[in-house]
Write a protein that binds this ligand. Sequence first.
Ligand code: CTP
Length: 442
Amino acid sequence: MKTYLARLPQDFMSLIDAAGALASARNETAYLVGGFVRDLILGGRNFDLDIVVEGDGIAFSHEYARRLQGRVTSHHRFGTATVYLAHHLKVDIATARKETYPQPAHLPVVQPGSLRDDLFRRDFTVNAMALQISGSESGRLIDFFGGRKDLEDGILRVLHPVSFIDDPTRILRGIRFEQRFGFIFERHTLGLLRSALRQSMLERVEPQRLRDEVILLLKEDSPRKAIRRVAALAGLSFISPKLRPDPDMMRTLAQIERRIPWFQAHASCARPIEKWLVYFMGLVGGLSVPDIHAVCRRFVFRKADEKRIVSCVEVCNKAVAALAKKDLRRSEAFHILDPLSYEVIILMLSRTDRKLVLGRIMEFLKFTSGTKISVSGHDLGACGLKPGPHYQRILKTVLSAKLDGRAPDKSSELRLARQLAREEMNRKGQQHASSRTRQTGD
Ligand code: CTP
């Protein structure tokens, strides 16, 4: 395993070496565990350092943070801590522990245990290996349950028969790994998974935990395949009783998968988008608005996300219809699309095949999105126009003129802004005069 460690970037190795040295100084033994070890063997990259200490993980993490000038948050109940370091690096540290599940699908009760206990409480053999990083046996791979062989064979195997009952989120985790690595469930494991589903175990998990798993699934590179697999094995009713994997939904998800890379490659103002949110909107987009609200409330989504998810359904169809109008000016398309989030726009791209609409959205994303004008309220004030809501109207008219090619440069923008300001002042003057006339009764 030393050779695997040698592949790691130097700053990472120094974090591991520091943990190893600290464990030795404290007469404890430290191990890298979980997905980090799995990905190290697979040759992939995983920057989530996960360390288990046979000893006192919390005291270890405080000393570790002190040595590396980091910050700690700890959960005494679970014997876990996270150390936050410079450059957004973080290290999870835990006391080796044993878990018991007093109630299926609920959080476990934790007590200190051996490394073997700690590995045995885990989801799949491939995630239950440890790599010692302290002492004379540093670099030794500890593999009690045949994880390395399963990794080589591409097999997901649980460690004990009640794994999915104790923690049904492992059903979704398993599907996520199956799709991500192209692995298959070992036959007995698949039987246990199906049996847990027959007992409606997913429905018994706290909804926030399910939400987090669904989001992780949607953050994978190809969530469509994972959703298809979840739908085939578990159905989608654990998200909403009304949710069915119908062809429309599957088509939308396939389109999203095509549109996101297009967006990332071509959109001129592309900021990072929340991919999972687009897929989630694609998933629930066929439900009625009250049903979508119900899903969001049950999953305790952030208010802002709930608003975005619901508005997408309301806005998406309306905006598509508005963009389908013949003879739409470029500025009109801009004003339809500009207030929408990129996530909603990608969803629109995915839910229509109308060439005209697609062309207009693509033009917006490639060329006009983010267009700014050079004139500002300051220029309107300089003409003598008093501030008010008309400022926004005038600036929007100038922006439209720019988009439609009628104000191609700064001086023509300024000319138009001044003309509009004068017209506004004249209108105001007339209004003023007519209201005076009304008051005096002339
Ligand atoms: N784990 C588990 N059961 C769960 C969640 C996690 O047994 N429901 C264990 C697994 O051993 C896992 C480790 O905790 O490897 C760390 O969990 P996490 O960071 O969520 O998973 P990773 O395996 O690192 O997966 P990913 O690559 O998606 O981050």
